[in-house]
Design a protein around this ligand. Structure first.
Ligand code: PGA
Length: 252
């Protein structure tokens, strides 16, 4: 069965409310685009605006992060069940959570469970750092991150998306080549197959992320194991992001 590619726009900690609303208005032009699922992940304060402004369109809203507890005394945090009705997706384990905020693998695992339990669809982000890539340790790192993230899971959640994002490619303007990205995404699929069986792995969507632009998306999207992209910087420009979504839609 063919996998429907998915493109996510991760705005990170950018946009004023006015900028967010203007960008969301521009993105409505992507409504009804066939051949790709589009997910917009604005900063938490604008999730409600995103849900309102994208209501009735085919675009989905995603959160950039969640806490693992369903509620409680956790000042400043957002619980997964709070997102029900607003977000459809939630990114878990983004490299900035892991490396800037020192999120531990056990925490990524708990967040993943919380997202699934809340009925949200996780976008699990994994990827190796530059020193690990240079030391030839990429496979070991991806294997470890996947093993840790899925601790306690008996099956691969059907709605789960994996985003392979080499840390050295994020925000650097240095995207992986289509061939390298394909090899890593195929490796991720093989690891998922070992853990959850071939059928589940074949059905799982795997995105590439890291300096994706309207210029380099075509080669990436043409790869058999790359099912779309997680886009940071270029998702802040409605025209660039729309071009990326359209390129992915036509590549499939
Ligand atoms: P980038 O970010 O496109 O700005 O490299 C990607 C990401 O962090 O998901």
């Amino acid at each position: 069965m063919a996998r429907l590619p998915i493109v996510g726009g991760n705005w990170k900690m950018n946009t004023t409310r006015a900028e967010a609303r203007a960008l969301l208005g521009g993105l409505r032009a992507l409504d009804g685009l066939a051949g790709v699922e589009v997910v917009i992940c604005p900063p938490a304060p604008w999730l409600g605006d995103a849900a309102d402004l994208l209501a009735g369109t085919t675009l989905r809203v995603g959160a950039q992060n969640v806490h693992w507890e369903p509620k409680g005394a956790f000042t400043g945090e957002v619980a997964a069940p709070m997102l029900a009705g607003t977000a459809t997706y939630a990114i878990v384990g983004h490299s900035e959570r892991r490396h800037v905020f020192h999120e531990k693998p056990t925490e990524t695992n708990r967040k993943l469970r919380a997202v699934v339990e809340a009925g949200l669809r996780p976008i699990l982000a994994i990827g190796e750092r530059l020193a690990e890539a240079e030391a030839g340790r990429t496979e070991e790192v991806l294997r470890r991150q996947l093993t840790q993230a899925f601790r306690g899971f008996r099956a691969l959640p059907e709605s789960l998306v994996v985003a392979y994002e080499p840390v050295w490619a994020i925000g650097t303007g240095r995207a992986a080549t289509p061939e390298d990205a394909q090899a890593r995404c195929a490796l991720v699929r093989a690891i998922l197959a070992e853990r959850f069986g071939r059928a589940a792995a074949e059905a799982c969507r795997i995105q590439y992320g890291g300096s994706v632009t309207a210029q380099n998306i075509e080669g990436l999207a043409a790869q058999p194991d790359i099912d779309g992209a997680l886009v940071g910087g270029a998702s802040l420009d409605a025209a660039a992001f729309a071009a990326i979504c359209r390129a992915v839609a036509t590549a499939g």
